[in-house]
Design a protein around this ligand. Structure first.
Ligand code: AMP
Length: 403
C-alpha cells in the first residue's frame, strides 16, 4: 500500500529509516542529509496522529569491535544522534537501549500519539544482517504498522529491512515517501523512458559497472563512458593509455560491451582527450588524445574536446542517468570534466529531460558543483539504485508487497 493510504492514527508505526549518518570526533552528526531526507515521512506520520518507533543501523559495529572483542557501544550507539534528530523534528525523542526483553515493547506501548521512540542500533545484534526470523519477530512486536523508508539498505535482506515485513499484512505496511520517490524515479528510466535516453557511466572500475552497462545497452540510445574505467575500453580498442587506470582482465569484456552496443544500435562515446598527470596528485594537467597518452602519464579527467562532445550528446536528450564521476573530481585540477557534465545535465533538465543521479560519488560531485537543485532526482542509495536499474528485485521492496 501507499503510506498515504494507511490508517496511521493511534497506531504504533515502526519505521525503518536510514540514520547511518557520519559523526565527527565528538560523536556529533556532521552531515544531516539522511536525517533531513527522512523528515517528510516522519512528519507525515506524526501529523496523521501516529506514534513513531524508529529503527536504523549506524556504521558496522560487528566489524569494528573493541580490542577486548566487545561492541564499541559509545561510538555506535544511536543515542549519539538524538540531539540532532530531536532538533530536526522539533520534538523530544525517547530511546530504547535494548530491543531484547520486554522493555522496548513496553516503551512502545506506552507511547502517545505524536511521540517518538528511537530503538538502539539494529546492527548491535548479529541477527540483523542474517535476516533472522526470531529477531525480526521481536522488532515486529514494537509496531502495529511497518514503514520502510531506508532506500540505501533496501537491497539487503536484513531483519529490520526485509524479514520484519513478513509479520505485517499488506494493508499494514508501506514504503515511506522517500523510498516511494526512489522507486518512481527508477521506474521513469526502466519502464518506457522518454527518448533519447542517455546514460553517463564513470568512476574507477569497469568491473563494478558491468551488470549496469549490459542492462543499459538494452535500454538506452547513447552511453557516455568516462572516468578511470574509460581507459580499459580505450586500451582494448588498441589505444595507448600510458599509466592510466586499467583492468587488464577486463579488456575482452570491454570489447564485448562495445560489440553488444553496436548490435543494439546504441551509440557509445569514449573521451576523445584527457587531462593527464605524471603522478596521482592535484597538479597542473597536460592534455593528450585519450588513445595517445605517453608512457609516463596517466589520464585523470576527460579533456575539453570530450566535454564539448559529451555536452552535445546531452543536448536534446529526454532521459538521463548519471553514475560515476568522469575524473578524479576530488582534485580541483581534474574536476572540470565532471562539473561540465553536471552543467550539461542541468541544462538538459531545464529543457524538459528527466535526470537521475545515482551512486555515491556522482551524488557528491553534483552537490559540489552546486547544481543539485537543477536535476530531477538525486538518489540516496548507491548500491540499491544500481541494483534497481539493473532490473533486480530488491528484497526490502519486495517484502512490502507493493510492486
Ligand atoms: P566509483 O566509486 O567506481 O564511481 O569511482 C569513483 C572514483 O573514481 C572517484 O573517487 C574518482 O576519483 C575515481 N576516478 C575517476 N576517474 C578516474 C581516473 N581517470 N583515474 C583514477 N581514478 C578515477
Amino acid at each position: 500500500m501507499k503510506l498515504t493510504d494507511l490508517n496511521l492514527a493511534d497506531q504504533r508505526v515502526l519505521v525503518r529509516v536510514d540514520f547511518n549518518v557520519p559523526l565527527d570526533k565528538n560523536l556529533q552528526v556532521s552531515d544531516m542529509t539522511r536525517i533531513e531526507k527522512a523528515l517528510p515521512t516522519l512528519n507525515y506520520i506524526l501529523e496523521q496522529g501516529g506514534r513513531l518507533i524508529l529503527l536504523s543501523h549506524l556504521g558496522r559495529p560487528q566489524k569494528k569491535k573493541l580490542e577486548n572483542g566487545e561492541l564499541d557501544v559509545k561510538k555506535f550507539t544511536l543515542q549519539n544522534i538524538i540531539p540532532s534528530l530531536s532538533k530536526a523534528l522539533d520534538k523530544e525523542v525517547s530511546f530504547a537501549d535494548n530491543i531484547f526483553g520486554t522493555k522496548a515493547t513496553s516503551q512502545s506501548l506506552a507511547l502517545k500519539n505524536g511521540e517518538i521512540l528511537l530503538i538502539e542500533n539494529t546492527r548491535f545484534h548479529e541477527q540483523e544482517s542474517k535476516g533472522d526470523l526470531e529477531f525480526a519477530s521481536r522488532l515486529a512486536a514494537l509496531g502495529d504498522v511497518y514503514v520502510n523508508d531506508a532506500f540505501g539498505t533496501a537491497h539487503r535482506a536484513h531483519a529490520s529491512t526485509t524479514t520484519v515485513a513478513k509479520f505485517f499484512p499488506a494493508h499494514r505496511k508501506a514504503a515511506g515517501l522517500l523510498l516511494e520517490k526512489e522507486i518512481e524515479s527508477a521506474k521513469s528510466l526502466t519502464d518506457s523512458p522518454k527518448r533519447p535516453f542517455v546514460a553517463i557511466v564513470g568512476g574507477a572500475k569497469v568491473s563494478d559497472k558491468i551488470q549496469l552497462l549490459y542492462r543499459l545497452i538494452e535500454k538506452v540510445n547513447k552511453i557516455i563512458i568516462g572516468g578511470g574505467m574509460a581507459y580499459t575500453f580505450i586500451k582494448a580498442a588498441g589505444g595507448k593509455i600510458g599509466n592510466s587506470l586499467c583492468e587488464d582482465d577486463y579488456l575482452d569484456l570491454a570489447n564485448e560491451i562495445v560489440q553488444k552496443a553496436k548490435e543494439a544500435n546504441v551509440d557509445l562515446y569514449l573521451p576523445l582527450d584527457s587531462r593527464c598527470s605524471k603522478e596521482f596528485k592535484d597538479i597542473e594537467p597536460v592534455i593528450y588524445s585519450s588513445n595517445d597518452i605517453p608512457d609516463d602519464m596517466m589520464g585523470l579527467d576527460v579533456g575539453p574536446k570530450s566535454e564539448e562532445q559529451f555536452s552535445k550528446v546531452l543536448e536534446g536528450s529526454k532521459s538521463i542517468l548519471w553514475n560515476g564521476p568522469l575524473g578524479v573530481f576530488e582534485f580541483s585540477n581534474y574536476s572540470k570534466g565532471t562539473f561540465s557534465m553536471a552543467d550539461a545535465i542541468a541544462k538538459a533538465t531545464s529543457n524538459g529531460a528527466f535526470s537521475l543521479i545515482g551512486g555515491g560519488d556522482s551524488v557528491s560531485a553534483v552537490n559540489k558543483s552546486g547544481l543539485s537543485q537543477k536535476v530531477s532526482h538525486i538518489s540516496t542509495g548507491g548500491g540499491a539504485m544500481l541494483e534497481l536499474l539493473e532490473g533486480k528485485v530488491l528484497p526490502g521492496i519486495q517484502a512490502l508487497d507493493i510492486s
